[in-house]
Design a protein around this ligand. Structure first.
Ligand SMILES: *Cc1c(COP(=O)(O)O)cnc(C)c1O
Length: 395
């Protein structure tokens, strides 16, 4: 279970973790939609560029609205420093590209996000950076993947879409033992449900596009972690330009104020639907970390506050039944996104994970009849009725 920091608790920090106000004493976060900033004198400008005077120069480097978002997320994740990027993938790529060089080796848990998989297997090898995948559940086998050139471990928990967990404590000990940079993509859990820095993670990455906004409005990425690593990452990002737009940062600072209430409701709805799905005769198997039937239920109880908003299930009728269900729903959305107030159904085998081979898909638990449901905030009875009428159109 997560420790609450001395003093303010999570939701207070998410709402009050703001920086100073301007001379207008505005209540909500102001939006500084400006590309650049001005100086009073040539000397002040020179000193700011030299780093001798505090000041904001240009929004590719930093921006007050973006800085407020970063400061909030640092407090929520328990991290010292951060950088905000335009998308989650920019956060993943910039972190790896800033910290690694030709010849370095990465260990990653199998079943990382699709585009992360493309970066690890197609893009980074062009610069001589290679990756070995390991089984997320079998920590005892990880030692075998270590090479003299191994520099970093990258993992996601719970994984997409298999919802397998990685033991954050065991991974932290493994990284410490081998001197690896420990990186966690915390997108599926959010800092409300799980805080990897408490287990020694050096960097925590987010696609803020998902639960952090939670309302399907903006793209965004976040990298928070130890000062030592954020320094080269900030240098890399300032000069290569993946910065988050101030507008998106402004939307996201507001989103975070409701993270706790949204996640509590998403998790409650997801648990209720997962239990209900487990009892339906058209279902083969339900995967949800908050269900006692999940093989890592104990671990979920230890490192997560609740099971999260994603439920996956396998239909008895395989790929055909999956297609019929997705075509038949009248409330749920057909979309590849997740982490929204609206419930979304996705068929990973033919969409998000279609670039994998059948064997690769089965290795990460994506059977042909698997559906990923990102549980929204609609009334659960309406969602049950919607799914039922879609599988039993004549009943
Ligand atoms: C969506 C997602 C990403 C990528 O984020 P974008 O904002 O779409 O670039 C990375 N990791 C995970 C786990 C995701 O779900």
């Amino acid at each position: 279970m997560m420790k609450e920091e001395e003093g303010q608790r999570f939701s207070t920090r998410a709402i009050r973790g703001q920086t100073e106000r301007t001379q207008y004493r505005e209540h909500a976060t102001p939006l500084f939609l400006t590309s650049s900033f001005t100086f009073d004198t040539a000397e002040q400008m020179a000193n700011t560029f030299a780093g001798e005077e505090e000041g904001i120069i240009y929004s590719r480097y930093s921006n007050p609205t973006v800085d407020e978002l970063i400061a909030k997320v640092c407090v929520m994740e328990g991290c010292a420093a951060g950088f905000a990027t335009a998308t989650g993938m920019a956060a993943v790529f910039s972190s790896l590209a800033a910290l690694l060089r030709a010849g370095d080796h990465i260990i990653a848990t199998r079943a990382v996000f699709g585009s992360t998989h493309q970066i690890l297997t197609e893009i980074l090898p062009r610069w001589g950076i290679t990756t070995t995948y390991v089984d997320p559940e079998n920590t005892s086998q990880w030692d075998a993947a270590i090479k003299p050139t191994t520099k970093l471990m990258m993992l996601e928990t719970p994984s997409n879409p298999g919802l397998k967990l990685v033991d954050l404590k065991a991974a932290g000990e493994f990284c410490t033992h081998h001197g690896l940079i420990y990186v966690v993509d915390n997108c599926f859990a959010t800092p409300y449900l799980q805080r990897p820095a408490e287990y020694g993670a050096d960097l925590v990455i987010h696609s803020a596009t998902k639960w952090m906004d939670g309302q399907g409005r903006v793209l965004g990425g976040l990298i928070v972690g130890k000062e030592k690593y954020l320094e080269p990452i900030t240098f890399f990002c300032r000069h290569t330009g993946p910065a988050m737009s101030p507008f998106n940062a402004w939307v996201l600072t507001k989103s975070l104020e409701t993270l706790k209430v949204r996640m509590d409701a998403h998790c409650a709805n997801a648990l209720e639907l997962a239990s209900w799905l487990s009892e339906q005769d058209w279902i083969n198997k339900v995967h949800y970390p908050g269900l006692k039937s999940h093989p890592q239920y104990e671990l979920a109880q230890r490192q997560m506050k609740a099971g999260g908003g994603i439920v996956t299930f396998e239909l008895k009728g395989g790929v055909l039944a999956a297609g019929e269900l997705i075509d038949g729903v009248k409330i749920c959305s057909r979309s590849s996104n997740l982490g929204d107030t609206r419930t979304i159904l996705t068929h990973p085998a033919t969409t998000t994970h279609s670039k994998l081979t059948e064997t690769e898909r089965l290795a990460v638990g994506i059977s042909p009849g698997l559906i990923r449901m990102s549980v929204g905030l609609e009334d659960t009875q309406d969602l049950k009725n919607d799914l039922t009428q879609a599988v039993l159109p004549h009943g």
